[in-house]
Design a protein around this ligand. Structure first.
Ligand SMILES: C[S@@+](CC[C@H](N)C(=O)[O-])C[C@H]1O[C@@H](n2cnc3c(N)ncnc32)[C@H](O)[C@@H]1O
Length: 204
């Protein structure tokens, strides 16, 4: 499989299992309000009401608009955070760097969201293949990021890249998954945090 990152590129300053780092809940937001408002508006544009949604690498907030969805499944590393997330109908814990699979059926969701977190994936091609597998035909993946991160936990390739380079990296993850159509990259500055998102649609 095309892993997209070399061993050096996937290395982290803090090599402990990620579960240890995320052991205690953090009830904070990881970007400014203008960024989060822009993300909510993007979700509103791209996710149809009634959709089945997976919020991957989630926490106590999903940044979803007020629309009604059929089902929102959350995934993350901290149970206390996910329990507090009032947009989730159900959730599960999984360290995707230890096990990059998702316990969801093929073509069982219409949108996969990954907000402010993709920099922590060490085997992104495997995870994005799972995103492609669980997405129904025409479903959308939305990967958003700013320039903040927990630096000891982000992969080296991300730490050393510019914002343009990070968008390139995310596009290589989407391309490595195969099964997605063309990527669209959004780059804006709605507030003090730069806003970036890579969006792609599932194509069988
Ligand atoms: C900066 S927080 C962002 C959380 C949320 N998406 C948000 O927008 O507020 C990073 C998240 O990445 C997830 N994460 C980090 N490393 C992970 C790993 N190895 N496996 C699964 N999830 C991980 C955790 O759920 C953590 O809450």
């Amino acid at each position: 499989m095309n892993e997209t990152l070399t061993d050096a590129e996937r290395s982290k300053v803090d090599g402990r299992p990620d579960g240890e780092f995320y052991d205690r809940p953090r009830f904070v937001t990881h970007a400014d309000d203008a960024f989060l408002d822009r993300l909510r508006a993007l979700y509103d544009e791209r996710i149809p009401p009634g959709a089945r949604v997976l919020d991957a690498m989630s926490s106590w907030v999903s940044h979803l608009p007020d629309a009604t969805y059929e089902r929102v499944v959350g995934h993350g590393l901290n149970a206390a955070e996910l329990r507090e997330n009032d947009r989730l109908d159900e959730w599960f814990l999984r360290d995707l760097n230890a096990d990059p699979t998702l316990p969801l059926d093929d073509a069982s969701v219409d949108a996969v969201l990954c907000a402010l977190s993709v920099q922590y994936l060490q085997y992104p091609a495997r995870v994005f293949r799972e995103f492609a597998r669980v997405l129904a035909d025409g479903g959308v993946v939305v990967v958003s990021f700013a320039d903040r991160m927990f630096p000891t936990k982000a992969v080296r390739a991300w730490r050393e890249a510019s914002m343009d380079g990070r968008a390139d990296l995310v596009r290589t993850y989407v391309d490595a998954a195969r099964g997605f159509g063309d990527t669209e990259t959004l780059r804006e500055r709605p507030g003090s945090d730069p806003f970036a998102a890579v969006v792609a649609r599932r194509r069988r």
